[in-house]
Design a protein around this ligand. Structure first.
Ligand SMILES: *[C@@H]1O[C@H](CO)[C@@H](O)[C@H](O)[C@H]1NC(C)=O
Length: 326
């Protein structure tokens, strides 16, 4: 989660710049597509989300119903059948992570409740910690057994570090604020604030100076969003990223690489910018393009298509997704 910015920046820049500050630890993303023993992902003995997940969404601010429908269809797709390669096939890599009792992360994620915070209960300029008060304020059950809370902020909401360092993050609540310790994640709608940063590769950063390298699909360098909105389609990949990480590191004491638990490199951080085979150098990898020119790598419910980043596979020891060519 914290590395999102550094990795994106390196995607844009490393072709022309020697980035000494991150080269040692991360190198180019393509290094992760090939098997790597350099990645020191470790299990730190804490729990993973092994029980069926009851997911609660808090729609903070003013949301477009069609954007909400896209996101809810993605959530439904995580544990529903769809043509291969599917979103649930993608989640299977997450399901390879286990805890001390050898229990795998669950394959069962159910949208169990929604709350619309249409009156911006905590204003339009939020601190990270404020997410916990927003969860407390929501008229939703406090499910401390298997609840996960997802706060999604609308286009007009500023969040600390949003668009500068992060596109989303996950953590757990403090009993003194919320009344229990429950895992949660936040993701912001970046469509107007910073699509080039958080909705890559459907938009590119003006700071990168040039568009992403050719997709190899006929010279159109910018990818078309499969559900028609770069902000929402970009959010889907960030939501996928955060759900993979909150499940494998819910209390920030389970699966991560690096020595610093306050800045862990987690299972999706290792694969930022990788969506298909051959990814690297700003190239997102081999993905599909439908007859309308939309780019995607997985299928979901209701004929939906999504583009989600890959996650680190602990068995293959490389980034992996169901659209892999090998
Ligand atoms: C559980 O995780 C282990 C270790 O990664 C893996 O071998 C096994 O296939 C997983 N089981 C399921 C049901 O995903």
């Amino acid at each position: 989660m914290h590395r999102f910015f550094l990795l994106l920046l390196s995607l844009f820049c490393f072709a022309s710049l020697a980035l000494s500050w991150n080269q040692q630890q991360f190198r180019e993303p393509e290094n992760y597509e090939g098997s790597s023993d350099l990645v020191n992902l470790q299990y730190h003995m804490g729990p993973v989300l092994a029980y069926p997940i009851n997911l609660y969404i808090i729609w903070y601010g003013n949301w477009n119903p069609s954007h909400q429908a896209t996101i809810k269809d993605f959530i439904d797709s995580l544990s529903s059948a769809a043509p291969s390669p599917s979103v649930s096939d993608w989640w299977r890599t997450v399901g390879l992570y286990t805890d001390q009792t050898n229990s795998n992360i669950t394959a069962n994620i159910k949208l169990s409740g929604e709350f619309r915070d249409t009156y911006y209960s905590h204003g339009r300029d939020l601190r990270r910690l404020t997410m916990q008060s927003i969860i407390k304020h929501a008229a939703l059950p406090l499910n401390y057994e298997n609840g996960v809370y997802l706060v999604l902020t609308s286009a007009d909401v500023q969040v600390e570090d949003f668009c500068r360092e992060v596109c989303g993050f996950h953590y757990f609540t403090f009993p003194v604020i919320v009344g229990a310790t429950v895992p949660y994640a936040w993701v912001g709608y970046s469509g107007t604030q910073c699509p080039g940063f958080c909705a890559y590769p459907f938009a590119w950063s003006k700071y990168s100076g040039k568009p992403p390298p050719s997709t190899g699909n006929g010279g159109n360098n910018i990818m078309k969003a499969p559900n028609g909105d770069p902000g929402v389609d970009g959010m889907i990949s960030v939501i996928a990223h955060e759900l993979a990480e909150v499940s494998s590191n819910p209390l920030v004491n389970a699966w991560y690489a690096g020595d610093d638990p306050s800045a862990p490199t987690e299972i999706a951080d290792l694969c930022v910018g990788v969506y298909g085979s051959g990814a690297g150098g700003g190239f997102v990898g081999q993905v599909y393009k439908d007859s309308w020119g939309d780019h995607y790598n997985v299928n979901g419910v209701k004929g939906r298509k999504f583009l989600v980043q890959w996650v680190w596979d602990p068995v293959k020891r490389r980034c992996f997704g169901p659209n892999a060519m090998d």
